[in-house]
Each structure stands twice: as C-alpha cells, then as structure tokens.
Design a protein around this ligand. Sequence first.
Ligand code: SF4
Length: 349
Amino acid sequence: MRKIEPILDVKNLYTRFYTESGVVEALDGVNFDVGYGEPVGIVGESGCGKTVTSHSVLRILPKNGRILQPPSEIYYKGVNLLDLTDEQMRHVRGKEAAMIFQDPMTSLNPIFKISDQMVEVIQLHRKVNKNEARDIAIEMMEAVGIPDSAERIDNYPHQFSGGMRQRILIARALALQPSLLIADEPTTALDVTIQAQVLEIIKEMQKQFGLALMLITHNLGVVAEITKRVHIFYGGRVVESGPTEEIFVNPFHPYTRALFDSIPSLEQDKTRLETIPGTVPQLINPPQGCRFHPRCKYATEICRMARPPDVWVTETRRVQCHHWEELDLTIDKEKVKEVRRSTVSVEGV
Ligand code: SF4
C-alpha cells in the first residue's frame, strides 16, 4: 500500500440518484485519496462521476441524490464527513475545504458588490471584524493578481471580465485559509487565452499556501502541468491511480491509454482525430463486469462477466483491469511531449 498521509481519503463511495427513469448508479465504489499539500488530478469524460464525487465529498448533492451508508466513507483529516451534522458540515465547507466552480458568474451574486460578497463570507468563517475582513479580502485579491484591489473591491461582478471573476472566487476561497481546494473545471467557462493565466494562479497559490488540491479537469496537459498524482475515472469508478509522471509514460488501464491516443498529434498526418469507439455508459443501466468492456479492444469473457478488482501494482499505482499484467500500453516519448503541450480536452472522446 502507499504511504502518503491523506487529508482526504474516500473509501467505497457509492452515490445514487433516484429519477423517474430509474436509479442512476453515479458512483460505484470509488476509492481515492489526496495527500496533505498534494496537487491531485481527477480526470475522465463527462458523466464519469468527477463532479458527483466532489459534491458527495462536500455533501452538496441535489435532493434526489444519496450516498449509500454503509459502505461509503469519506475521511477528512481522519473524520468521516458522513457522520457529521449539517451544522458541522457547514464549518467544513469553505473553512476547511473550499470549492471553485466551473462558471464564475453563477457563483457571484450580480446585485452585490464584491466587497459585500467577500467580507461576509470571511466573517462567517474567521474571527475577524469587518475592517479586518475587508483587509484580508483586498490582500487575497492582490495575491491573485487583481490590479487596484483596494478600489475594485467595491465594484460589482459585471464590471470584471470572466477571468477576473474566477480570480475573485479563488481569492474568496483562499481567504478562508482552507486546507483543501477543490477546483471543478475552473477554466471551462473562460477564453482560451485566459485559461492559462487562471491555471497558473491556481498552481502558484497551491504551492504558496501548501494546499491539498483536487483538480477536476478534462485536460491532460493541465494535469501534467499542475498535478503530482492522478485518478482516472470511468463510468462512476476509479479505474487507475498513480503518480502523474508514471501514468503519462506507462498507463496500466486501456481507458487511460485511449485518452492519450485521443489527443491529436502535430506530427500525425491525419485528417480524422482518434476517438474511443462507442459512448460513455448510461449509469441507469450500466454494463455488467468492467464498465469499459463495450469500448475496450482487449475485452474478453471475464471482462463482460466480473467487475475487475482494485489491484495495487506498486506502492503508488493502482488499477482495475483483469488483463493489466498482459498488456503493454507504454506511450512513446514524442506522444508524451505532445500531450504535455496539449491544451485539448478529453471531453467527448
Ligand atoms: Fe478492457 Fe477487460 Fe481491462 Fe476492462 S477489464 S479495461 S474490458 S481488458
């Protein structure tokens, strides 16, 4: 087993949504952890369970969502969050574990000044008076690169660009001094030119404040740039985990390898992009056995019949595949370089 001390340790997480069409098995025994001060990537296509995982951790699921207990456990600093009262969870959210969402506009109230929205939240979670809270807010806005923060703090959200609004949300999250930052596709709603700047800020802040970071993304280039470890999600399960450096050279799971193959190469003389055949599984009625089997070129009978077990291959590498030992999925060096440079997401591959 691996030896890193986790700040967040998710074990056997099963999350279900009860809909008129049936029960959606959104998370099906998810296991992963994030170490103290460690930047970790959560990667996979849309609908694979990345966002549901973060919402389950913070217990902000919609009314029709339920975490099955037992066997689910979500340990944060050694405490099972599923045992906490709603009041205790309110303290965890923001003060302990802060989240940055995809669309900065929906997280800011357009009718209130930034100062109102930051100062109130800071006062709610830290023992400071209004003036001190305002000073903290200005300091954090400066830290994330908002010019003239002392004046601009009294502007309204619409007076900022999308990139600046996302910086404000990062500043607001960090002002609470969380130990864990969950960033859910934080650049999806932004212009490509702004995305790199916002990611650079997240990277800088993670280092500066020694934050544990759970970065949810479709973009393998971003994962390479920011994270030390990565968990690959597919069909509501974690199919592979390990150090980013190692997985980028030698993945053990066919889905991970297929994600790399779907990144276009500048060297390739191809008019069509590689895609993973088939579509992401419907989680109301998911495939039996390995959920990737309908799309996997290595699938055999056992893959169709039995769920692959979680196997610790080394102290730091874990995989869910019946055939990982027989497969050589090594990625060539040039391809690795391409992926590192890439800004292409794996969305919808
Ligand atoms: Fe493919 Fe079988 Fe491995 Fe699933 S268990 S990824 S179907 S080889």
